[in-house]
Design a protein around this ligand. Structure first.
Ligand code: SF4
Ligand code: SF4
Length: 97
């Protein structure tokens, strides 16, 4: 049986576009300010790598920010806004599986 949904991070797919940060901050605060988002995109210039990093609250439970076209508990807006698969939803599998 499948358990609660959780966010998975796939840094290898992340392009550093910051759509996720914008969607999160705009929806709650009406401003484009990555500092207000629950996700941060860390760009390691020297290594040429990008890492999406969530705060723990985002990883623990659904935040309530959803695309109007989606069901409330489908996926948070940051995931909906990611076009490259840098962040995705997954379901925890219970031990009885
Ligand atoms: S889970 Fe919610 S609060 Fe966290 S980054 Fe995504 S949209 Fe923002
Ligand atoms: S996680 Fe997705 S939306 Fe966010 S910066 Fe990476 S590719 Fe863009």
């Amino acid at each position: 049986m499948y358990g609660k949904p959780r966010i998975e991070v796939h840094p290898e797919n992340c392009r550093g576009c910051r759509r996720c940060e914008v969607a999160c901050s705009w929806t709650e605060y009406g401003t484009v300010n990555p500092r207000l988002a629950g996700i941060r995109i860390w760009k390691l210039e020297e290594e040429g790598k990008v890492y999406p990093v969530f705060n723990q609250t985002c990883l623990d439970r659904f935040c309530g920010k959803a695309d109007p076209g989606k069901k409330m508990d489908d996926e948070p807006l940051c995931v909906t806004s990611c076009l490259f698969g840098g962040i995705k939803m997954a379901r925890e599998v219970s031990e009885s599986e």
